[in-house]
Design a protein around this ligand. Structure first.
Ligand SMILES: Nc1ncnc2c1ncn2[C@@H]1O[C@H](COP(=O)(O)OP(=O)(O)O)[C@@H](O)[C@H]1O
Ligand SMILES: [Mg+2]
Length: 476
């Protein structure tokens, strides 16, 4: 089998499941490289994988788009060379060129051992101070790039690796080079592009990140620039979110749509296994087979698929596709994905299924992964929880409301019984009423906050504590 046909079968599923690619090819002056673990696969265009040459590991990037392979390779080659030539910390290039024998463009890099993607490093940071320090370090890295006139236009966390204390810049595909240091405007735009991937919950820290950046560039920090940066971050984040939300009923990695005249489903491929597939094909059988479980008044029941606890919602919907998209199940699917995307904890949605029951009636199902924790009501009523913990949880909940407000989302109907506290983090359960207003309305946010406060006994300490936090954040 030729390498090209082997490459045609490599997909993101290899990345998810850890399945190895297995083909080998000769590279001049290096030797035979055997490709194994896949880091990334874009079908029909390129893959990035681990390679082995006589016991040594390398990273291989193959370009094989039928028409644009050469252009893709040239762009990447130029970008990666710039990183190395400007003495930025980046993987060494061991080979870069065309293999006529296989009609492939290839780049071979030094493998950075024991390195983690920057987002993983941040998630693993033991506390806020360490997180801040890592981010400041990344800001310094971006400042050095900009100082040398380099702009990484694909500036997300997967393009930075952390090894020990070093940050490696990867991926030259979308790098542009100027002959002079980057001026303020494009610098802020590039910083904002990076910061817009973070949850709005962390927006308060942007000012500090910008300070870290300016100290490397030798710039004086002004409040105006900081505000400008925060403004661009918010606009970019809204744009990313809108693009993402437009595609949530379509096949797009990691989601896959299955459609038939009487059936529609969209499922998360990361939880793919035979049992999950069976459940998606026939959810009503699954409910009745599992100890004759009944749906409760919320149309919901708790079950497990292959030992993974899940929550399943099911309701009947009338009419056509348009009606179904406005139904409660579609709304839950949409809202859960929106919150997850914004880094606000809510049970992860894994499938939406619709089956026709008769000519006018469909039955819709939503499956989300269940979360562990205790209800906010019980958490605050408990004597065994310290006042400090209660204080920090109120602050986190208030920050989530603020983050939603800043993203133009008004959340309604949140009560003490639909927030779960897990490891002092609030998880918003069952968010049905979430409005993303085209024009932001302050009053609808305030209404949501007041509704939430009403859920607590009016003069209780908890109510006072929440009021204080909401006031501090200007929410009421
Ligand atoms: N030199 C390297 N050492 C270790 N891991 C690497 C190296 N280069 C790439 N990777 C891994 O492969 C992933 C994709 O690489 P990247 O060059 O960003 O490809 P793409 O252009 O598809 O985004 C990175 O996020 C990283 O996890
Ligand atoms: Mg990349």
């Amino acid at each position: 089998m030729s390498i090209k046909s082997a490459l045609a079968n490599v997909t993101q599923d290899h990345v998810r499941t850890g399945r190895a690619a297995s083909f080998a090819f000769d590279v001049p002056s290096i030797g035979t490289i055997t490709c194994t673990r896949v880091f990334r696969a874009i079908r029909g265009k390129r893959i990035v994988c681990l390679g082995e040459i006589g016991g040594n590991e390398v990273v291989v990037k193959l370009y094989f788009d039928p028409r644009r392979a050469k252009i893709h390779w040239q762009r990447s080659d130029r970008g990666c060379r710039v990183f190395v030539e400007c003495s930025l910390t980046a993987p060494k290039i061991l080979f870069s060129g065309y293999l006529s024998e296989h009609d492939l463009y290839v780049m071979v890099f030094e493998y950075i051992e024991n390195a983690v993607r920057f987002d993983t490093a941040l998630a693993d940071a033991p506390d806020e101070a360490q997180r801040q320090q890592l981010l400041d370090q990344l800001m310094a890295c971006l400042a050095r790039q900009h100082e040398q006139g380099i702009v990484q236009n694909d500036v997300h966390m997967g393009n930075f690796l952390l090894q020990g204390k070093e940050i490696y810049s990867l991926d030259g595909d979308q790098v542009r080079i100027y002959l002079h240091p980057l001026s303020k405007r494009p610098s802020l735009a590039n910083l904002a592009a990076f910061l817009s991937y973070f949850s709005p919950i962390h927006d308060a820290a942007i000012a500090e990140h910008y300070q870290a950046y300016c100290s490397v560039r030798g710039w004086h920090v002004t409040g105006g620039d900081t505000q400008k940066l925060i403004g661009i971050v918010k606009r970019m984040r809204k744009r990313h979110l809108a693009t993402y939300m437009r595609k949530i009923f379509r096949s797009r990695d990691p989601f896959l749509v299955c459609k038939a005249p009487d059936y529609f489903s969209v499922r998360d491929r990361r939880v793919w296994n035979d049992e999950f597939t069976l459940v998606c094909e026939n959810p009503e059988r699954f409910i009745s087979d599992t100890n004759g479980q009944q749906l409760d008044s919320n149309h919901c029941c708790h079950l497990s698929i292959d030992a993974v606890p899940i929550t399943l919602y099911s309701v009947r919907v009338f009419g056509n596709r348009l009606f179904r998209r406005h139904g409660i199940i579609s709304r839950r699917w949409r809202n859960a994905l929106r919150l997850n995307r914004l880094g606000i904890h809510t049970p992860r949605p894994i499938a939406l299924i619709e089956k026709r029951e008769n000519s006018r009636i469909w039955r819709a199902f939503l499956i989300v992964k269940s979360c562990d924790g205790i209800l906010a009501r019980d958490f605050f009523a408990s004597d065994s929880v310290s006042d400090d913990d209660k204080d920090s949880v109120t602050e986190r909940i208030a920050k989530v409301f603020l983050a939603m407000k800043q993203t133009g989302i008004a959340v309604r109907g949140v009560h003490s019984t639909n927030i779960l506290i897990s490891d002092l983090e609030p998880i918003f359960l069952d968010v049905v009423q979430l409005n993303q207003a085209a024009f932001f309305s302050r009053s609808s946010v305030a209404k949501g906050v007041l509704e939430f406060l009403q859920g607590w006994d009016n003069d209780s300490d908890v109510n006072m504590l929440f009021r204080k936090k909401f006031k501090q954040l200007n929410l009421i």
